[in-house]
Ligand binder design. Sequence first.
Ligand code: UTP
Length: 271
Amino acid sequence: MIKQAIIPLAGLGTRLLPLTSVFAKELLPINGRPGIEYILDECIEAGIKEVIFIISNKKIMIKNYFYNDIFYKKIITKKKDIRIINEYKRILKYKKMIKFVYQNKPLGTGDAVLKTRKYIKDKFFLMLLPDDLILKKNCSKAMIKVHNKYKSSVMASMNVNKKTISRWGIYKLSKKINKTDYFINDVIEKPSIKNAPSNKAVIGRYILPKKIFSKLLKQKPGKGGEIHITDAIQSLINENYKFIAHNFSGKYLDCGSMDGYIKSSMEISKL
Ligand code: UTP
């Protein structure tokens, strides 16, 4: 059973500057709620019991958002407003399941994941990248179901337009399992249209084996001098660890770029 999730939140968020010069992008409102709450709701609905946030000192406001008890208690005593009481209850529900670990230097997603090594209890865990919102159909839940059936790692996948292929990590597929699931041979980062082995792109949901930590411990920095989680995944694939790409059916929203972030609010309000 997958009971733990990790969420890397220690990146700089440069694509959302100037907003991110003073603000954590994961707290930016999307239709009146911080983006991270949609991610937490997805985890809860998928049966996750503990979520590990990887933050940095610069993003301490994320922790403060969940630890503002004195403020809420004061306001509630004064105003007895039922809406505020319910909001506070919701925050408390999230707080109970979140643990915080720190990555104070943004050395890459792989380095961020490594910070959770001591806290992962089971053989597999879920990782969600908070820039990628998937709504209407719970992607994590569907992936856990696939994992339970095949006992292998699972990564989210989405068909993308051929013209945009060089912006994505693209799967090289091996055996088709059913309409939505494929074993994969490889993940090619940002291929040219000519070299792209498929039109299925990597999206920010991963069920990873604990074994990934031993790869990350030895991993040298890759592209851009960062330690990438995809390089560690590739090492595991090279050693014949099974990875499945799951084509999810929810609505995908990219909140990590300015264009995508602006569109997300409009799209969510229509749902
Ligand atoms: P991105 O590579 O998209 O980087 O990270 P970013 O900093 O969020 O945004 P840009 O590209 O500068 O605009 C993917 C996820 O991994 C986290 C980020 O917070 C994001 O959720 N991350 C990235 C870390 O936790 N640590 C890192 O060192 C790098």
